[in-house]
Design a protein around this ligand. Structure first.
Ligand SMILES: Cc1cc2nc3c(=O)[nH]c(=O)nc-3n(C[C@H](O)[C@H](O)[C@H](O)COP(=O)(O)O)c2cc1C
Length: 229
């Protein structure tokens, strides 16, 4: 009877796990680490069209983003473009890469709401907090409605010491320039994906740090709410 019970449990376990691993959406929803799909390198919008169309967009529809769109956005912010040298989509003084990218997920198909950190090397996102955070973040950003209504929010933070260790105070300037490179990439990528976005600099640093639960060495510099048109 005992052996029979054990075999029954084993059969149920095999059926359940095979269901989880054969059903992609379910597997994505259940995991706290999400391997992002390979970004595409051949969008149909020319660079000139993206530059021409780029505009701050603060109203979004309630349609969810796809995981492919999330992948593309994070890759544009800091993704690897040269695996051997670990160079990225953005230039970086001394290739020190002080920018850390966070993603607040509000409305993405088959992805749990929460705060995720972008793992650049592995092109994956790792959940650091579970739940709905748009409202708290909007409050930290002087109640801006674009932050509350966004389907995802990219938050660009920086660890200044990574750059100032080598370049002294001049490194502070470099970090701010690098944040600009990243933010511009994200905005142009949103245009190419037919999404809306705006770069937000008006927020309370300490409140944002608390929401992200980041260490004292990291500082939020830009919030980029994004959603479907
Ligand atoms: C450093 C910086 C901070 C900004 N902060 C905000 C902000 O907090 N809220 C907002 O709605 N727009 C913000 N913007 C967007 C500007 O308002 C916007 O770029 C400007 O009105 C020009 O419009 P455009 O982006 O459509 O060309 C910011 C832009 C920059 C460069």
């Amino acid at each position: 009877m005992f052996i029979c019970n054990k075999s029954f449990i084993l059969i149920i376990f095999v059926i359940t796990t095979s269901f989880i691993f054969t059903n992609d959406n379910y597997a994505i929803k259940m995991s706290k680490i999400i391997k992002l799909p390979q970004p595409k390198y051949d969008g149909s919008t020319s660079l000139e069209q993206a530059l021409l169309k780029r505009r701050s967009i603060r109203n979004y529809s309630k349609k969810p983003l796809s995981i492919n769109e999330v992948s593309q956005l994070l890759w544009s912010a800091q993704g690897i473009t040269d695996k051997e040298k670990s160079f990225r989509t953005v230039p970086s003084a001394g290739a020190l890469y002080p920018v850390e990218t966070y993603l607040i997920v509000n409305n993405v198909e088959n992805v749990e709401q929460g705060i995720y950190k972008y793992d650049v090397e592995e092109h994956k996102i790792v959940m650091i907090r579970k739940g709905y955070f748009n409202e708290q973040l909007s409050f930290a950003a002087l109640n801006q409605s674009c932050v509350k209504d966004a389907s995802v929010i990219v938050i660009l933070c920086a660890d200044y010491a990574k750059t100032t260790r080598r370049y002294g105070d001049r490194g502070i300037k470099y970090v701010h320039i690098e944040i600009g490179h990243s933010a511009q990439n994200v905005q142009l990528q949103t245009v190419s994906l037919n999404l809306g976005s705006v770069v937000v600099g008006a927020f309370d640093d300490e409140k944002v740090k608390k929401i992200l639960n980041i260490s004292n060495t990291e500082h939020p510099l830009y919030i980029i709410p994004i959603g479907k048109l």
